[in-house]
Design a protein around this ligand. Structure first.
Ligand code: HEC
Length: 211
């Protein structure tokens, strides 16, 4: 509107005033401009193509997939120096006792918190799953069987299998972490199952890997 023609402005105002009034305020018909509509409809058309591109084409684009990729890359970097941690007794004992692997304990704890605590409790004292801080086990009579249960699951999936969903090293680290919870006796779910023989002693760094 220009200041040059107040009369023209007033005429326009009168023409555009609608009959609708509320609280003494009269509605003015001021439609959004054509270019605005054009952009609005273009975004709708764009969204259709974007949806097909995002949801329908090659994987790896969703926030969730990107996150998984980055987590995997992080663990590969973390494990680059240690090689494969086999899920055997000497390695699980090393995970539990070897100061060289102590840096991985918080890693195992973090995985436990994010993947296992929902059923086993943040402290391992049980929930849907059994208490892992007492001396009794349902499916486990040796250290390696802890890793086996984590890999393959138990009770037809009540304990889910983690093979393929966790890095093999993560499974071995978790086995060591879970094993080290034994006997910490955090109050929680009552003991279930049998009491296996105590875990073997760690022979120390020199003998690591020896039977
Ligand atoms: C959806 C719930 C659920 C989740 C998640 C879960 N577990 Fe379990 N877990 C169970 C149940 C239930 C059992 C007991 C199975 C049975 O009754 O034999 C179990 C058993 C176990 C056992 C054997 C204990 C025993 O007494 O024999 C281990 C070890 C174990 N889980 C470790 C883990 C680890 C490590 C994780 C995380 C990577 C995990 N679980 C995640 C439900 C779960």
């Amino acid at each position: 509107m220009s200041e040059a023609s107040p009369a023209a402005d007033a005429a326009l105002d009168a023409a555009n005033l609608s009959d609708h009034e509320y609280d003494g305020i009269q509605e003015y018909d001021n439609p959004t401009p054509g270019w605005w509509h054009l952009i609005f409809f273009l975004t709708i058309i764009f969204s259709v193509f974007y949806w097909f591109w995002y949801a329908g084409t090659a994987p790896g684009k969703s926030v969730h997939e990107k996150y998984e990729e980055e987590v995997t890359a992080y663990y590969e970097m973390l494990f680059a120096d240690v090689g494969t941690l086999e899920p055997d007794e000497p390695t699980i004992l090393r995970v539990m006792h070897d100061p060289d692997l102590a840096q991985f304990r918080p890693v195992a704890q973090a995985i436990f918190t994010s993947k296992c605590a929902a059923c086993h409790g943040a402290t391992g004292a049980g929930g849907t799953g059994p208490n892992m801080t007492d001396d009794s086990y349902l499916n486990v009579s040796s250290l390696t069987e802890i890793a086996t249960v984590i890999r393959e699951g138990a009770a037809t999936g009540a304990m889910p299998p983690w093979e393929g969903r966790l890095h093999p090293n993560q499974i071995t680290l978790l086995a060591g972490y879970v094993a080290s919870l034994r006997g910490t006796n955090v109050p929680g779910k009552s003991p279930e199952g049998e009491v296996p023989a105590p875990w073997p002693e760690w022979a120390g760094p020199e003998d690591a890997g020896a039977p």
